[in-house]
Design a protein around this ligand. Structure first.
Ligand code: SAM
Length: 378
């Protein structure tokens, strides 16, 4: 079976790398939108459980060209829908159109709904589908006149790991936080410190990586309610992920953070507890200027505030300067900073050794990596 792991701009390569690691076959990183792969339901379940930077896993049902609504209707009608949808299933359609002749998502959604309903009504001998059972999400993605029809195997976006129930000021999406940790030069045997930790997302994602914890271990996926899937394969993938975590949970880790805002630290503590990481991550209220780090090498990782307005920008420049001072106080530590403040390096005091561009929602941001530290293997 062919699958697509969709991912935000900049995360396609990381998603492809994770797919290879979980044993997916014929992984192809797309220039935009994620990575394709092949495998059975067990592979897709592992993708749901283990992909740290992807948004959704989709089962591809058909790909065809369509420049007219009639071509779209006929293409969707060719799919053997009764293989996937029971008499009772509700089915929702989500349409997305990019650079195509068919550019109206709402019309494409209606045409697809009608085509699916026609096939199912004829098969189940009904005049109208009752749609009173579990809902299955159908995606229609049209790019350059090529249609891809798929089922969403994830349900809620994979960024929702289940530990974050309260949002503080501008929290990072979990998938983006994981991408920042994976892109940095941090190794899980090194100390990691976030001096502007907010609600703790970077720290929790780093701990998940260090402890070999599948990010999706504590949540459900849409494919677990698909009637046409052998549930034993999916349960086995979940059991394996749990036993990997059980094996690694006792590993020593050195992950800590602080924030000037006591409310943010309260939220971070709650999220750490909800992630099952109580006593594994140290959290304190502290102004960046007072942070002192012991130990000769580690990674400082931060997502400081970046203001869109002039007044906020003055604050964000001050924080950038304080991060530069922190880096000079801790010469053995690498520093990685994610910010939309385009004057960041000037305020920080030196050019980054590496940079990567990511989007935080719609905001274009730069990830500045300053490599100072000696990497000691443990
Ligand atoms: C963009 S938010 C970080 C969000 C965090 N990554 C998360 O996922 O929740 C920036 C954080 O920097 C903190 N901050 C601002 N100035 C600070 C300072 N001088 N010292 C320490 N923290 C500061 C804010 O309180 C805020 O929580």
């Amino acid at each position: 079976m062919k699958w697509i792991a969709s991912a935000a701009f900049g995360m396609e390569g990381l998603t492809g790398r994770d797919l290879k690691r979980i044993g997916a076959e014929n992984v192809k990183v797309l220039s935009i939108g994620g990575a394709e792969f092949e495998g059975g339901f067990d592979t897709a379940m592992r993708a749901n459980l283990w992909l740290r930077t992807a948004d959704h896993v989709h089962l591809v049902l058909a790909e065809f060209e369509a420049k007219t609504f009639e071509e779209l209707f006929q293409g969707v009608k060719e799919i053997p829908w009764p293989d996937y949808l029971s008499r009772e299933n509700a089915f929702n359609i989500r349409a997305h159109c990019v650079k195509s002749t068919l550019m109206s998502p709402s019309d494409c959604q209606k045409i697809t709904k009608k085509a699916v309903a026609d096939v199912l009504c004829a098969y189940y001998k009904l005049s109208r589908m009752p749609e009173d059972g579990d809902a299955v999400q159908i995606d229609v993605d049209i790019r350059n006149d090529c249609v891809c029809v798929s089922l969403d195997a994830s349900g809620e976006p994979l960024s929702k790991r289940g530990y974050r129930t309260w949002n503080g000021e501008a929290p990072l999406r979990e998938t983006l936080a994981a991408a920042l940790v994976l892109t940095s030069a941090w190794h899980p045997w090194q100390p990691l410190y976030d001096p502007c930790c907010g609600t703790g997302t970077l720290l929790i994602e780093a701990a998940f990586i260090a402890l070999n914890r599948a990010p999706g271990l504590r949540r459900a996926f849409a494919m677990e309610s698909w009637g046409f899937v052998d549930k034993k394969e999916l349960e086995e993938a979940r059991r394996q992920a749990q036993s990997r975590y059980d094996e690694c949970y006792q590993r020593p880790i050195d992950i800590a953070g602080s924030d000037i805002d006591p409310e943010a630290i309260e939220l971070a503590k709650r999220h750490v507890r909800q992630a099952g990481l109580s006593n594994r991550i140290e959290l304190n209220v502290a102004d960046l200027r007072d942070v002192a780090l012991s130990g000769e090498a580690g990674m400082i990782i931060a997502n400081p505030p970046y203001g869109e307005r002039i007044g906020d920008r003055r604050v964000s420049h001050a924080v950038s300067r304080q991060l530069g001072e922190l880096s000079r106080r801790c010469p053995g530590w690498d520093v990685s900073v994610f910010t939309a403040d385009m004057g960041f390096e000037r305020e920080f005091g030196r050019p980054a050794s590496r940079r990567r561009r990511f989007y935080n929602g719609r905001i274009e941001c730069e990830y500045h990596m300053f490599e100072n530290g000696k990497k000691k293997r443990r």
